[in-house]
Every structure is written in structure tokens, then in C-alpha cells.
Design a protein around this ligand. Sequence first.
Ligand code: SAH
Length: 390
Amino acid sequence: MRTLKLRREAERRLRTGHLWIYANEIEGKLGTLGLTPGELVDIEIPGKSLGVAYVNPNSLIAARLLQAPTAQFDVDTWLAQRLHAAVATRRMLGLARQCRLVFGESDGLPGLVVDRYGAVLSVQITTAGMERLRPSLARALGSIDGIETIVWRGDSSSRTLEGLPSTVEIEGVLPEQIIIDEGNARFAIAPAIGQKTGWFYDQRDNRARVLPHLSGLRVLDLFSYGGGWGIGAACAGARDVWCVDSSNAAIESVNANARYSGVSANVRAIEADAFDACREFKAGGERFGAIVVDPPAFIKRKKDAEEGALAYRRINEAALRLLEPGGWLISCSCSHHFDEISLLDALRRAAQSAGRSLRVLMRLAQSSDHPEHPAMPETRYLKGFACSVW
Ligand code: SAH
């Protein structure tokens, strides 16, 4: 294993437990060191080893630490230990068979996300370093109790930055129907073609907290995907639910999930842009007792911040105009570059423009199987507020 020398300044951040090494923290010119993407290296600052990392000389995040200094680094042992800890943590949460089993850096497995749907795993590898470990990873994942199929979702956009191809591969047989449940609701998952890994477990805990309060209400689920919020609400007793998503596949899955959950009579799904749908509901004089606003990340890169902030403000303003007095606004953002304070600020401005008054009843965050790494704010991305609106 070769040694990669860092500038002394890098030590402070890495000592807190952060796992990333940026290109400008490396001694010498990274491009001239002859390193290949994914290669394992020993990381050293003057006079001291910091442990083993994998590198990508073509990325701004030039290396990610895998393990503190030890006498020997064995990939299989390392993977087995980290996976064992990740699985045990989910078991602690009572979430063994339906959950996010691995959440990247937070589980000490940089560049890896694994969601579990019963006997099926949906795996996202986002770095060249993790891709290189795939044979070992396949063995380690395959040995988890009860796993029969692995779907390799190698089609996330971040792979391009790492120079990785876009592919989806299936190992084993993909069952025709994969059903998970959340409370009384049942959802069919398509791990090979659904968005991201197939399901948004990150909202599960929020749904469990908020949905019981929506019984009897008329609910609008904007950016519904498969209806996690909307169908959950119908199962919790909401009297009339509208799901809106711009994706045809999402709308078809809402309809199917409504059937599986036995709430077809109460759920309507419309394929539309959420902004347009709000305009039409307003024009038609429609009102709702609760509205969920859970859009895709409007701010993917820092430079989108201003435009994205405006989009959060606009969609929330449109939702607020449709709420009955005393209604619930459940508003979320999964943009890492848009923090809780910024979202609250967007909500405050939206309420002001809409002439409404809003109070935060609950703060929402990513589910417990998406743990936060205390040294890496990058691992905290989902935030939201459940508000009462007058
Ligand atoms: N609320 C969902 C997750 C939403 S993911 C859950 O809890 O599971 C974001 C969704 O927004 C995706 O399904 C995507 O198809 C949809 N989407 C993206 N842009 C949209 C737009 N302009 N209008 C409506 N839906 C949109």
C-alpha cells in the first residue's frame, strides 16, 4: 500500500472524526502521484499515520478514511465488522427487515448505501473506492441472514463525478412483488427501477409521528412519490387524500399502493407539476386540512442556493393558500445545503406573503436508520416542520 502525505492543516478536521480528505489538503500535486481511482493508501501527516483510506485523484474529495491505524488492514475483515455493526444498530431500533441498513459515512462505510426490503437489498455505490471493493462487498452482504437478492443501483448521478458508469444489475432473482409496511399501510417496492434505491425510509419516523393527527382531515400530499405520506394518512383515518407527483410511474404506484392498503376509495392520484396543481386547486376553491410538502432537493449544489430557497418559499406559499384555518402544514427539505434555519425562514416568509400565521408544533428529521455522524454535517440532510396554520 502506498502512502499519501497530507498537509498538517488537514489534521484538525480529521482528528474530530471527519472522514474526507480534500484534494488541496494533499502534499504535492495529486495528479502527479500516479494513483488510480479506488486505490487503498496509508494516510500520513508529518510524523504520524492517520489510517487507511481509498483515493480518487479525479475528485475534490480525494480520499475517504476507512480505518484508524492498525497493524494490518484486511478488506474482508473490515467490511464484515462494519456491516455487522450497522446491522446490529438497526436491530437495536427494531428494524431488522425493512430499513436503511447502511448509511454511508455514518456507518463507517464511505460511498455505500444499502436499503433492505425483506429478502432483497438495494445497494448504491457512489465512489470509485467502494466500487473497487464490490466483490468483497457482495460476499459480505450475501451472508446477512435472510438475503436472497441484491440489486446494484449503480445509476445515481454522483457516480459520474467519480468516473463510474451508470448501470443497474440484479444478483439472484427479483421477486415479482415486494411489499413493505408502515403502520397499516402497505407499499409495493420496485428496487430496480424506483427512484434512488426504491423507497424513502428517511421519512418513516416522521410519518409515524405526524400521521395519527391527520385522522378525519382532507389531505394533500405534494411530491408524493409512491404515497408514503398520503396513503399513510388515509390508513390513519384521513377522509379524502390527494397525491400529486410529476412522475407517471409514481402515480401508478400510488394507485397500486392504495389498493394494497385497502384505501382506494379515499385516495386520488394526479400526475402534475406540484406548482401547477396548487394553482388549479386554488382556482377551483379547494381547501385542505393538511398539506405535505416534500419536494426533491431544490438545492443540489451550493450555487443553486438562492434559486432553490425561492422555490421552497414559493411552493410553501402556494400550499399555505390552500389550507383551512387550523390546518397542518408538514414541510420538508432534503437539501443538505439548506439547513433547518433556512427552511424555517422560507416558511416564515411564505406565511407572511400568504397572509397566514404559522407555528411549529414538531421538528422533523431523517429516520433513525439514517444516523448522523457527529463530525460530519454532510450526513444530516433531511429536516422539516409540522406546523399549525391560521
Ligand atoms: N414524499 C415522498 C418522497 C418524495 S421524492 C415520500 O415520502 O416517499 C420527490 C418526488 O417529487 C419524486 O417522486 C418526483 O417524481 C417528484 N417531483 C419532482 N419534481 C416535481 C414537480 N415539479 N411536481 C411534482 N412532483 C415532482
